[in-house]
Structures are given as structure tokens and as C-alpha cells.
Design a protein around this ligand. Structure first.
Ligand SMILES: [Zn+2]
Length: 296
């Protein structure tokens, strides 16, 4: 079976308040989820997930993503929630414990569907948690050549941002982007993709932009759900902290985040989840349940 892990940055479960929560306004199939959640919607398990991890301060991306990818309480071990980029302390956790490394050591085929620009690949200082985790697991980082071949996605999945920066790449429809992600998922045991526009829209506090983004993301997710053979694959959507669900403030929130799961093993996975530290162990539990008895 293949697992698709989609990180949607800065997506929390807030109040259904149309004045400040674009999730209460946007016309979506999957993102009408609030603090009073439905545990299962339309075949999707939705688990409110703690991103604070018992550490004071607002949850941040670098520690949240490290916790999610390793199962370690990264903000507790680092002494604080760390925003933005990977620190040496977080890198030491990722080097040994990331789900990418554990899957690779187990002989599983791992891919990150994101395409990175040359300047992002060359940058030595301020690496992201994702690039550190992938590199230390020996996973190749895809670039704009892969994107041109139809074998990678930029982090807005439409290429609009790349074109705005002068890269000669075609605009992608969300259908085409979803087809690419589904094809990469079909060819690997673990596929990771991260989408960060939601967090940026939350910081910008712009309701129209946030509603448009959520509707586009919803179409993309719906198409991935339709394209994947969910009798064989598991699709998990996670977030590292809240933000876009409360546009009354430019900061992250303390809200729980939705962990959503479709397809094979979703019940086994969903049962494991209470906090970000449960994501990697939950995925390992799904693989473990699929392992033939003879190889245990
Ligand atoms: Zn942020």
C-alpha cells in the first residue's frame, strides 16, 4: 500500500464564525470543520489534534513539523516552539527519527512531490525541516526539471508563484496537479507533499484570499481522493498549527488542527491520533498491520 502525507500549513479547527473564519465562508467539501467537529465526514476520518504539546507559547512550524515527522515532542526537547527553519537540535532529531529515514531503512520507496528551485536547493543557511529530514534520509529533492517532466509540484501546486518570479513554467490546473500527486503516490510507499499558502494567507488576514485558497485546495484534495485507489492506499492530511481559521489576528493560534484520513487503514491510523507526536507512529502502525505474519 502507498501512503500520501499532505501537510497543509496553518490550518486549525476554530469557531464557525463567518466574520473571522474563512472555513465558515468557503464552499468546500472537506474544510467545513470546526471545533465542534464531525468525527467522520463523507468517508473521511477527522481527528482534532493537539499542536501545543504542553509547551508554553504559540505552536510554530519547525517544531510542529519535526514532532509530526519524528513522533518526538520537539518543542519540549528544544525548550520552546521554534518557527520557520530547522535548528541543529531539530536536525539531530530528524537525522535519526524521521519517518522518511525509518521508511527508507525498512526498504520502502519514499518520495517528496515538492519541486524546489535551484536557489532553495543551494541554500545552506536556514534549511527547512522538510529538506533536512529528506536529505538525511537520502531522499532526492525534486527540482524544476522534474516539474517540467510532470513529476513534481510547486508548493502552491498551480505554478502561479513560480511564473510571478519569472520561471517559464506552464500554469497547472488543480486537476492536473492532483493527477501528478496521485501518480507519484501510486509509485511509492510513502509520498510527502507540503502546501504552505494557507499559513501565509492566515498571516495576511485577507478573507477573500483565504476563501479562494481554501476552495482551490478543496478541489485539489477532492480530485486526489477521487483518483487514488483508496482500497489500496491511505491519504492523510495534517497541519502543524492553527492560523487561517482565525483572521482576527495575524498570529498562529492554540486551536487543535484537523488530522484527516481517507482510505485503507484510516481507522487504525485515526485511533492512534491525539497530538502531532502521534502522526509518525500512527503511519508506522498502519504499515505494521499490513505486514505479512511471516515477516514479523
Ligand atoms: Zn506561520
Amino acid at each position: 500500500m502507498g501512503i500520501l502525507l499532505l501537510l497543509v500549513d496553518g490550518l486549525g479547527l476554530g469557531e464557525p464564525d463567518a466574520e473571522r473564519n474563512p472555513m465558515a465562508v468557503a464552499r468546500t467539501r472537506w474544510f467545513r470543520c470546526f471545533r465542534t467537529h464531525a468525527p467522520e465526514t463523507d468517508g473521511c476520518a477527522v481527528v482534532p489534534t493537539d499542536a501545543s504539546l504542553g509547551v508554553p507559547g504559540l505552536p510554530q512550524s519547525a517544531t510542529g513539523q519535526t514532532a509530526m515527522l519524528t513522533g518526538l515532542n520537539a518543542p519540549l526537547l528544544a525548550g520552546r516552539h521554534v518557527q520557520g527553519f530547522c535548528t541543529p537540535t531539530l536536525a539531530s532529531m530528524l537525522h535519526i527519527h524521521s519517518i522518511f529515514r525509518r521508511a527508507s531503512l525498512d526498504g520502502r520507496r519514499v518520495a517528496c512531490a515538492n519541486a524546489f528551485t535551484d536557489s532553495a536547493l543551494r541554500r545552506q543557511r536556514f534549511p527547512s525541516v522538510t529538506t533536512v529530514a529528506l536529505r538525511s534520509a537520502g531522499i532526492r529533492l525534486r527540482d524544476l526539471t522534474d516539474l517540467a517532466r510532470g513529476e513534481a509540484l510547486y508548493h502552491d501546486f498551480t505554478n502561479r508563484l513560480l511564473r510571478a518570479r519569472g520561471h517559464p513554467v506552464p500554469l497547472l490546473s488543480s486537476d492536473e496537479a492532483a493527477r501528478r500527486l496521485a501518480a507519484i503516490t501510486e509509485a511509492h510507499d510513502l509520498t510527502y507533499y507540503e502546501y504552505i499558502q494557507t499559513d501565509l494567507a492566515g498571516h495576511a488576514q485577507n478573507m477573500d484570499r483565504a476563501v479562494n485558497l481554501l476552495e482551490g485546495l478543496d478541489h485539489f484534495v477532492s480530485t486526489v481522493v477521487e483518483l487514488l485507489d483508496l482500497s489500496r492506499h491511505l491519504f492523510v492530511l495534517v497541519s502543524d498549527h492553527g492560523n487561517i481559521e482565525d483572521l482576527s489576528s495575524p498570529s498562529h493560534t492554540w486551536n487543535r488542527v484537523p488530522t484527516m484520513a481517507w482510505g485503507r487503514g484510516k481507522e487504525i491510523f485515526a485511533r492512534q491520533i491525539q497530538a502531532l507526536t502521534d502522526i509518525a507512529p500512527g503511519l508506522l502502525a498502519v504499515w505494521e498491520a499490513r505486514r505479512p505474519l511471516a515477516s514479523q
